[in-house]
Write a protein that binds this ligand. Structure first.
Ligand code: F6R
Length: 611
């Protein structure tokens, strides 16, 4: 979490830093700050609150300088406050640092530094970093640029945890040092200017050429050069990657919020994710997945591991893999998987789903699976993200940048890509050819069917206006519809702060039905013809107890419910891609009715890079 940005060039740094921070705010938004190097040394302005408040800070207009660093915070150590905001300076005021990540051994490092007469102003873990850099800088005699680099490198060797760090020093007014380990950081190359950011979209309007740092690599930057080093300060070579995303795709495009834009972008996201990977009556094409038949035939278990919405995509994909590949699949939250010594061996295949490719628990789970001998496949939306550097194979959803904290188009794109991977496996296993062909046809029809679902927006908005004041909402479904209930419930609670629960419809009478009383809303998803009668009975049970009902279905129902949203029929295996959309829209409009910040819900951040 937290976003960092940096600029080194010939223009005034302040507006560029503020612009970058506004785009990175989805990563955290409880305080913000920037520092630049002026003639008199480092100047730093920071405050509690959002980047807009920083921009209105009465001192900010006096901030000059063409080299600067910025930070937008999601608090971990130390409550949101001006003192705890970044940048943090060392005691001498000659080094300024912004940091994304967590320093796990900061308490020991504080004690160590205190024993050398350093003082601390904040409650953060970060403040040890500039002071450690100062400590190592002072203990060196050299006068070259290496003294700065070496001091940063020595300080990093003392840190346990994760970090992406930018360092300014008043001793080096034309340079900046950046370093990363287990937290994202990209460098954008311009002409006589260079940029640093936690992600590509934040600086995409300035450059399309990016360098990606690997763990423990450092960069020593000036306006017109970037030198890369390993942790032992040995020079290394890097090639810039040209990013083809267009800068406009990270803008709102006339929509009031990113979430609504991203909901409406789902036909395009799915179309691009399918790309040329499947066509009717021809073999699937996954050039990034060289898995041979003998290996696949030896697999006796698949783990799908992810967090939050990505895990819900995994739960839907379980049914697809088990149906097409006939291999048992277990789906698990990465934060649980990694701490329970799962049984993994060479016959286990592990699949990791992560939109950002930066989720700390998912990356750690992948490392664990790899260390136990499993092959690992990552499904991610961000080219060059950290997980892609760890996994044996990475397959990308092409959903485009997802900025709203609540995931929408990434989720539906993940299910599509997972379905294509399952088809690819079934082809290699030489089983279920007919089922795969049917599924391919249905996948190719998804974009136009999503457009049909989106036509229900006004109807859903009306229902949202009726129920936005509620305290509790329940989501129910059977089979694959239950996985959608889980996702609908998560979407609602995260952006509207309404308490919600998801249950398998058949489980209601084993306890939860006690919570149903007059006027409580129950949302039900009903897409499986074989389960429709049983599910309708469950809905009747809550109606009898006074519940209001919101039904998403592609079945004919001979009953009256408060609201029924009809979606096109599709293959049950991929029905979540259609049935989730009304739930995304419902959550969106409830949040809007409540006057909340849909794109940046409280306490959350887009990339969860802490464990
Ligand atoms: C919810 C949401 C989160 C993420 C989760 C994993 O709308 O977005 O639950 O799905 O934090 O993030 P990624 O996919 O980046 O690993």
């Amino acid at each position: 979490m937290c976003g960092i940005v940096g600029y080194i060039g010939e223009k005034q740094a302040k507006p560029i830093l503020i612009n970058g921070l506004l785009r990175l705010e989805y990563r955290g938004y409880d305080s913000a700050g920037i520092a630049t190097i002026e003639k008199t040394g480092i100047k730093c302005i920071k405050n509690k609150g959002r980047v807009a408040e920083l921009n209105n800070n009465s001192n900010i207009n006096s901030l000059e300088g063409t080299i600067g660093i910025g930070h937008t915070r999601w608090a971990t150590h130390g409550k949101p406050s001006s003192t705890n905001s970044h940048p943090h300076l060392d005691n001498s005021g000659n080094f300024a640092v912004v940091h994304n990540g967590i320093i796990e051994n900061y308490a020991d490092l504080r004690d160590f530094l205190k024993s050398h007469n350093y003082n601390f102003l904040s409650e953060t873990d970060t403040e040890v970093i500039p002071n450690l850099i100062h400590f190592y800088y002072e203990s060196s005699k050299s006068n070259s640029k290496n003294r700065f680099l070496q001091a940063v490198s020595n300080a990093c060797k003392m840190l346990k945890g994760s970090y992406a760090i930018e360092v300014l020093s008043s001793y080096y007014p034309d340079n900046m040092v950046v370093v990363r380990k287990d937290s994202p950081l990209v460098i954008g190359k311009g002409f006589n200017e260079n940029y640093i950011s936690s992600d590509i979209p934040a600086i995409l309007s300035f450059t399309k050429d990016f360098y990606l740092l690997n763990d423990n690599e450092l960069a020593f930057m000036s306006r017109n050069s970037i030198e890369f080093y390993d942790e032992n300060i040995k020079p290394i070579q890097k090639q810039a990657k040209n990013i083809t995303w267009d800068a406009g795709s990270a803008e709102k495009d006339g929509y009031p919020d990113f979430m609504l834009k991203e909901i409406n972008e789902q036909p395009k996201a799915i179309r691009e994710t399918i790309g040329s990977r499947i066509a009717v009556n021809s073999k699937s094409v996954l050039p990034d997945l060289e898995i041979n038949k003998t290996y696949l035939k030896s697999i006796n278990k698949i783990f799908i591991v992810a967090c939050g919405t990505a895990m819900h995509a995994g739960l839907s994909a379980k049914t697809i893999f088990e149906n097409l590949c006939e291999i048992p699949v277990e789906v698990e939250a990465a934060s649980e998987f990694r701490y329970r010594n799962p049984i993994i061996n060479k016959k286990t295949l592990c699949l990791f789903i992560t939109q950002s490719g930066e989720t700390a628990d998912t990356i750690a789970a992948l490392k664990l699976a790899k260390s136990k001998g499993s092959k690992t496949i990552a499904v991610s939306n961000v080219v060059g993200s950290s997980i892609s550097r760890e996994a044996d194979f990475t397959l990308y959803t092409h959903a485009g940048p997802e900025i709203a904290v609540a995931s929408t188009k990434a989720y539906t794109s993940q299910i599509v890509l997972l379905a294509i991977i399952a088809i690819n496996f079934a082809e290699n296993l030489e089983i279920n050819k007919e089922k795969s062909e049917e599924l391919k046809k249905d996948i190719l029809l998804l974009p136009s069917k999503i457009e049909e679902v989106l036509k229900n927006t006004d109807k859903i908005k009306n229902f949202a206006q009726k129920i936005y004041k509620e305290k509790d909402v329940f989501f129910i479904g059977r089979g694959i519809d239950y996985t959608v209930a889980l996702e609908g419930s998560l979407k609602l609670k995260e952006i509207s702060y309404i308490h919600s629960e998801a249950y398998p419809s058949g489980e209601l009478k084993h306890g939860p039905i006690a919570l149903i009383e007059n006027n409580v809303t129950v949302v039900s998803i009903l897409t499986n013809r074989l389960l429709v009668e049983k599910s309708v009975s469950n809905i009747q049970e809550v109606v009898t107890r006074g519940a209001k009902t919101f039904i998403v279905t592609n079945q004919e129902l001979n009953h009256d419910f408060d609201e029924v949203i009809r979606i096109p029929k599709t293959n049950t295996l991929i029905s979540p891609i259609l049935s989730v959309i009304p739930l995304q829209i419902l959550a969106y409009y409830i949040s809007k009715e409540k006057g909340l910040d849909v794109d940046k819900p409280r306490n959350l951040a887009k990339s969860v890079t802490v464990e």
